[in-house]
Design a protein around this ligand. Structure first.
Ligand code: PGA
Length: 275
């Protein structure tokens, strides 16, 4: 199955109007030429308008880093999915491990946010991944399975149809690899991505073939090719390297080449020349 790669920058708590302008302008110069990869940046809420202004019609998407589990009401400081959708967002990250750890965001809360994102017409990038202790304790698959359960079985038919319609993305982000410079090996990541795809297939085989499962955790220009060449790794969620224009562009270029290589490998060989 040929899936177009997706590379998304997760800017986290970084940026200023001036720095963003420079970075977005650089991305706008380089990324639109890469037709074999979808690209996007997820910025702090307050910069969504800036992203919309700069990236409009560029082919580069933008999105939020979370949305509220509430839709409306007396919830001071919360920002709803419908609000971010008004700023032209395509994507929103949901259930990032930094949210799960810092804000004690449970699987149930993450699922509510996911539902709100889908009902607002956003493409959720739903994050799953184990901690180092969990991996060392041979519990990685169990943890990821648990995080995926709400996505696979917790959505009713209507919500699951929206997940398909808006091309829900899963991000496998081993917590021990995030921001540490230590990435999962391509084999470790591939194994987990295949496992996640198998879980989606338990609910819907066809969607399992189409859904993009991206990898996050210290992806950088030097390791992007080995990770992105894996058959079930459909792109990257990039933190630190997304803040450096050259690095993010290099990763997007690598993803673009990976699709071209895969396409060439899938094409039937020309008929043998006969005289
Ligand atoms: P990192 O972050 O690339 O800095 O490891 C990835 C993420 O947290 O999404």
């Amino acid at each position: 199955m040929k899936r177009k790669k997706l590379v998304v920058g997760n800017w986290k708590l970084h940026g200023s109007l001036l720095e963003n302008q420079r970075l977005l302008n650089r991305l706008k110069q380089e990324l639109p030429a890469l037709s074999g990869v979808d690209t996007a940046v997820c910025l702090p809420f307050v910069y969504l308008h800036q992203a919309q202004t700069v990236l409009q019609d560029s082919g580069i998407g933008w999105g939020a880093q979370n949305v509220s589990q509430f839709t409306e009401g007396a919830f001071t400081s919360c920002i709803s999915a419908k609000m971010v959708a008004e700023f032209g967002c395509t994507y929103t990250i949901i259930g990032h491990s930094e949210r799960r750890a810092l804000k004690l965001e449970s699987n149930q809360v993450a699922t509510k946010r996911l539902l709100n994102a889908l009902h607002a017409g956003l493409t959720p990038i739903f994050c799953v991944g184990e901690t180092l202790d969990e991996r060392d304790g041979h519990m990685a698959e169990l943890i990821v399975r648990n995080q995926m359960l709400n996505v696979v079985y917790g959505l009713d038919d209507e919500a699951f149809a929206l997940a398909k319609k808006f091309n829900m993305v899963i991000a496998y982000e081993p917590v021990w690899a995030i921001g540490t410079g230590e990435h999962a090996t391509p084999e470790q990541a591939q194994r987990m991505h295949a496992f996640i795809r198998m879980m989606v297939a338990e609910r819907d085989r066809e969607f399992a073939e189409h859904i993009r499962i991206v990898y996050g955790g210290s992806m950088a220009p030097h390791n992007a090719h080995s990770l992105l060449s894996m058959p079930d790794i459909d792109g990257g969620l990039i933190g630190r390297a997304a803040l450096v224009a050259e690095d993010f562009i290099a990763i997007c270029q690598t993803a673009n080449q990976c699709l071209a290589q895969k396409t060439a490998a899938l094409e039937p060989s020309p008929p043998a020349f006969s005289q």
